[in-house]
Write a new protein. Sequence first.
Lengths: 363, 302, 264
Amino acid sequence: MTASLAALSPVGHRVAPTLSASVSASETASRELVGVRGVTKTFGAGVSSFNALEGVSVSIKRNEFFTLLGPSGCGKTTLLRLLAGFDQPTSGQILLDGDDIAGLPPNKRPVNTVFQSYALFPHLTVEQNVEFGLVQQGVQREARQRTVERMLQLVRLDHIAKRKPNQLSGGQQQRVALARALAPQPRILLLDEPLSALDFKLRRGMQVELERIQRETGISFVLVTHDQEEALSMSDRIAVMDAGRILQVGNSTEIYERPNCRFVADFIGEANLFPGSAVGWVSPYVAVRPERVVLAIHKQSMPISLPGTVKEISYLGATTAFTIELTDGSVVKSQRNDAPQGLDSGSTVWCSVHPEHIIELEG
Amino acid sequence: MMLAPAQNLSQRQRRRALALVAPALLMIGVFMLVPMGIAMVYSFLTPDSFGGVAPPVTVESYIRFFFDRDLDDTLRFDPTYLQIFWRSIFQAVLTTLACIVIAVPFAWYMATRGETTRKILVLLVSIPFWTNMLVRTYCWVLLLRDEGLINMGLQAVGITQQPITFLYSDAAILIGLIYASLPFMILPVYGTLEKVDFRVVEAAFDLYASRISILRKVIFPLAMPGIAAGTLLVFIPTLGAFLQPDILGGGKKLMIGSLIQQQFTSSRDWAFGSALAVILMAAVLASLIWAALKRERMEQLG
Amino acid sequence: MIRKGFSLKSVPESAFVTLLAMIFLYLPLIVLVVYAFNQNRVSTIWTGFSTIWFERVFADDNLRRAAWNSLIVALVATPVSTLLAIPAAMGFERELRFRGKAAGEALVALPLVAPEIVTAIATLIFFRLIGLQAGLLNVIIAHIVFCIPFALLPIRAQLRVIPRDIEDAAFDLYGTRWGIFRKITLPLLMPAIAAGASLAFVVSLDDFLITFMVAPAGATTLPVYLYGMLRVGVTPEANAAATLLLVVSIAVVALSMALTSRRT
């Protein structure tokens, strides 16, 4: 929890302006780079068939860092493969600058991919790997060499251009994969869980790198990940997916502060979920973030203040996490740094929430 | 409408796949499958006097497998060919069993060695696997004949005075067959045992006291998939063996492989030879189907 | 009942069986080689080291011709079967499921499954029927057929190991089908192709029965010639010729193994 909150802070400077009434409809259309329109992807046939994607529509803008976030099997990788051209949608359209590219194979699309496994060509040097796409495009030798040099500088690998992939560390391989996919200057760069194979420290470093490279190149990045922190810290906008559908699209703050359903509230960070009726609300469900649950020895003058018993306490440094069982048997989590002193397992406390911190959920 | 490109793509892919595999399949089809079909047709024709075949269509060749035709055209049951067929099956079964008995402890030993030793052992087993079968069979003549190494050894030690005749017997053929087949059993069994986590096995192992029960209850079940694969690799070639009965059996102890060969050389009865080949092929296919069914059942259970 | 410290890695019986089996596998080969270098014509008694039988063998014109034939057949059958096996391997491993794939797999395995004698007589009948009397070409055709599955095995195995992502990446980076194959797949496949080719070479070089039945007069190969020598009886020349064949196949297999192990 602490970590994901901390992850929010560096995003501050790049929170995209919430598109409101000030942006006209035509302007929105011109800013759209990729339009996914009602895309369904069915695998298999007959009784054993299943829909990996069901009527997915989403719009990706120019020069944007867009993230597809969801648990494994949610359809995010399928959507990425449709964007890359490795699979064709069963129905629906994929528009690039307004043209339907759903039927084009990968080698006819100005879209490049950074694979989860990096998929570097093991028999070619770093330089030759980065050059590959340019050679296939028929770019002249001098232009090729200039681009390769620039790309290797961009990912800070110009000193090891002559090495083979098996002589590189995981982080270096990752950068080669990135440079290789960027070299042909695609309209969109797809990144399939690019950081999952790196250890924690390298991952944080690469996140910053990726943001920098996206800004410097101005290419739209579409990142697939199951890691909510990664998504929250890097993305301009995030699409949260589950079971072949997109549940919510928004910037990091929107997704975290105003989730629209139980799944998003629960998947992004932690949430206390209640049926709306339990707290006298109209919406079917409500969520309260643990850091919004105030603990006190006495009843508070807030509209919602309920007594309970402390079940578990874990000290986390900056905050302390409490698990509290309310009198009606439901369990509430609180995570703050202002809890009353001397609380112990078994103590009675009052859990209070400000009405503005109650998140209404549609379903 | 949206379905069209995807369908075109998979159609193109199918055509491309066919174009890729077609040359190899055509080669095998034209020069192996078609000839086998023709051999099958031959088995229903009548041998002519030039070592070929001619109409009419008849099942005479198959009748000959079971019966002898007297001068007065009456059929008399004659077990000669059935006995040869039976000997082939019997030898193939014995060879398979002997290979299993040797290969399981052998492969177990290999699988429990260190990386380098394993590699060396695999190499040592593979070399005979790829060396000339004729040469390997001939080597046993040098060992088994009356003036051979074994007889000389026995006489030198004084166990026997006169040489024992080992050659040209079922036993000599069996030794040759086991010798030819052993690597085909060891390698697949090793392939299976290699993947076993021995710490798990050792943990479960204290339950069984005697070595026989270790073999029966631990090693054997673990090796089973490899034994199944090895059985096919040993049984089928052994069933149709020619060189071992020819060289070590001296052409006296016929197996079905050498009987077929004889029909196309000295006996000049291509129709009967073809019928024997059809029968052999049927036996091979039957054992393949049996193995496939058995594997399916095992997969369903496990 | 419970024996502490007992390790399955040291079941002594297995070591004993392994030792015996190794002797069983190698003693006959060693005896052959020793006899081939024995000075004595009656090879049973060792009377001294000599290479005379090899000299005799090399001086035998018929044997030299047979050896040449073997070499020609193997040198033609190997590249042809390998060139047929490469696209077939790509088709089986890379083009997903196509109709008749199972039938195709069965057909391509036929030379491995059918007993050699059945292949031999079927090919003999076929050649006689179509009237093909082209000397070595008859032998070469028969060899190509049974070499295909051997060449195919290591290539298919390697294709299964090369991650699909690598070819996908090349496809994504504007590679054409042919470009991807030539620049990415083929170089990565090269050790397996070499291994497959050397297996095909050994199998062709070693084949006796099919060649014996199919070869027209004058198209005798080394194993068929050796068989003729052995029919006469145990002679030191036969030992020397057999030893030569043994050495050649071991050399080729060793080469193939070296190529395959370099892959990893």
